[in-house]
Design a protein around this ligand. Sequence first.
Ligand SMILES: [Zn+2]
Length: 256
Amino acid sequence: MFEKKYNITSLYLTDKTKRRSGLKINPQVKFVVAHDTGNPGSTARANVNYYENTNNSIYASAHLFVDDVEILECIPALTTDKPEKAWHVRYNVEADNKMYGDEANDTAIGIEFCYGGGINNLEAYKRYVWTIAYTCHKFGLDPKTSVVGHYLLDPGRRYDPLPGLRSVDKTYREFLSDVVKEYNICSTISYPFRLIKIKSSGKIYALDRDKIKHHIFNLSSFEVGRQMGLWGGQDMLDLIESDNFKEGESIIFVQP
Ligand SMILES: [Zn+2]
């Protein structure tokens, strides 16, 4: 289970073109390459439109573009069970083979950070980090070891996503740790929560081990008192009377 904080919109490029071959990733996705567009102010939609308008001019593409408004997928990856290849790292570099035993183009999802100009960089960054964390979840990858910046795969020639990260005052190391943090927050399996349901509003919140409220869940399928088995064997969903508490505030459970 993974919290779907944002929508991913598919806007696939035309099939059987230089940018989208239609070839499937086979047998599986092995890692994620973090890119930025290197073009401050260009939005996710502008990038995808540009790709489509030039779809037979060059073998270059990425799966997703993320800005402050949209997460756009132009090569099937997260919105499908049959991810396709994108051309986002040169074949004749060696770092991807050394690190992951394979070519990035054949086995990695490429995700582009759109920043600068009129883009709200911090909002775009949040979505970018979430998208990468969700990619790890979707393909069963360890977020601690499965994310790599393009500049490490093609050193001296590529610098991304460092310029994008600089726009939000983040180092590469901080970025990697933000991805792991986001993965843990959104993944209820590796980060057990206790769920509470507010009697009056029906809203569901998740509390961590310290009973700190974190997220509003939209899990209408959960029933009060349902055993989730993730948190000390206790019932995970408690019914409480009021949602009159704030983000980060502790809740005291009173045993009946
Ligand atoms: Zn790149």
